[in-house]
Design a protein around this ligand. Structure first.
Ligand code: EZ4
Ligand code: CO
Length: 415
């Protein structure tokens, strides 16, 4: 019988010999950490922070890589705690992405050393394929209804619908093409205009039309991108109730977790939030008070698998399910790791899936695959995603920032 360890003895220390950061822009910017060990096994982790990429590069190169060299790569938990507690300055998007990159690379290494796919290391599969939602976008109501139809035809069982709003130019989160969407669009931020009244006048009608056209079988989702106050979000949730959304995402910002109490008191539309959260503390009250139904934290945004697993277990006590963020700024490395995580996590809800461009997919060869509305993890040891460094070098970094919104009277939007 051939050894399941690919020749490497899993009980020997896997000393971290080198680590480096790879920045590449195959259509959009990605930051990737590669860790190499004494046994010749390497692992990779995603560290991309959309619009603020180079701050994570510096965090890793200047402050993290020097303390990794010589450590035993098998000690994932201890390295996580060392980086989190040892830094003194805890939490935050930069810190937690840097820790996530290390963590995911180490899980990749351990799974490769043991010769098993990551899902097996986590506890094995709870399901064969994971439910994903795709992104249908349109400039207006009819275009969006047609776009949803194309996703249904393509086999999607769950679709997020975002539409241009009459009277508003450049609504956030509405892709300009059919397949690919990237909000970070310019070296200096594009300025857009936002009007909640116009949006609230329009949106319930879009979902009524989607339900009257396609019925209630496809799951429909919508993202409000934190644009509403709690009472506006409550109104929207109430108006959308007849359309029975799978979830309404980011209805209002959640720095004040109590804000969701007000929404919850008024509507039974399921609520999802968390793509900008970094640690369990950002979600603790929301989960404990059952103010949300889905927690949107991602592996890259939340300190890696080691921490997201803790969040998911805590959430399971309160019947809150996972709904990992999966936009294009989450690289194929995060997507691959997420599909393994989702295959295992008992309280799985749904996984966001925004297709990467062919250039991105070429730079990051991977073995996850989409079929009939589900995503399947591959069976190769590790998380199943690699980076073609030669190809990556052909796409130099280009600064790109996310747009900024103002209200119609010029006031900076920011609730
Ligand atoms: O705007 O990831 O649910 N997905 C989203 C994304 C975010 C981007 C920001 O970088 O809201 O499209
Ligand atoms: Co979102």
């Amino acid at each position: 019988m051939s050894s399941p360890t690919n020749g490497a003895n899993p009980y020997k220390p896997l000393e971290i010999r080198a680590a480096r950061v790879i920045v590449t822009s195959p259509g959009r910017n990605f930051v990737t950490l590669k860790i190499e060990t004494s046994e010749g096994i390497y692992g990779i982790g995603d560290a991309t922070l959309n619009g603020r990429e180079l701050s994570v590069v510096s965090y890793l190169e200047d402050h993290v890589i020097p303390v990794l060299i010589g450590r035993d790569a098998r000690r994932i938990e201890d390295i996580w705690q060392y980086l989190y507690r040892g830094a003194y300055w805890r939490r935050g998007p930069v810190t937690m992405r840097a820790i996530a990159a290390v963590d995911v690379a180490l899980w990749d290494i351990k799974a490769k050393a043991l010769g098993v796919p990551l899902y097996d290391l986590l506890g094995g599969k709870s399901r064969d394929g994971v439910l994903v939602y795709g992104h249908a976008n349109g400039g207006d109501l009819n275009e969006t209804v047609e776009a949803v139809g194309r996703y249904i035809e393509a086999g999607y069982k769950a679709i997020r619908a975002q539409s241009g709003v009459p009277g508003l130019k450049l609504a956030y989160g509405v892709g300009r093409g059919d397949l690919y969407y990237e909000p970070a669009d310019a070296t200096l931020p594009t300025e857009t205009v936002w009007s909640t009244p116009k949006y609230l006048d329009f949106l319930p009608g879009l979902f009524e039309k989607l339900r009257s056209t396609y019925g209630f079988e496809p799951h429909l989702l919508h993202d409000a991108h934190h644009r509403l106050t709690p009472i506006e979000a409550a109104q929207l949730g109430k108006m959308l109730e007849p359309s029975r959304l799978f979830w309404l995402e980011d209805a209002t910002p959640a720095e004040n977790q109590d804000a969701f109490k007000l929404i919850r008191q008024h509507t039974t539309t399921p609520l999802a939030v968390g793509e900008v959260f970094n640690t369990i503390w950002d979600a603790k009250d929301l989960i404990q008070n059952q103010l949300i139904d889905y927690i949107r934290m991602s592996i890259v945004g939340s300190g890696g698998i080691t921490h997201l697993r803790r969040v998911a277990d805590f959430a399971s006590l309160y019947q809150v399910r996972t709904g990992c963020h999966g936009a294009t700024d989450l690289s194929p490395v995060t997507m691959g790791a997420a599909v393994h995580f989702d295959s295992w996590v008992p309280n799985f809800g749904m996984q966001e899936y925004m297709r990467h461009s062919p250039e991105t997919d070429e730079v990051f060869p991977h073995d996850y695959r989409f079929e009939n509305g589900l995503m399947f993890a591959g069976d190769t040891p590790g998380h199943g995603v690699d980076i073609d460094e030669k190809l990556a070098a052909k796409y130099p970094y280009k600064p790109k920032q996310l747009p900024v919104a103002r209200l119609e009277d010029g006031t900076m939007w920011n609730w």
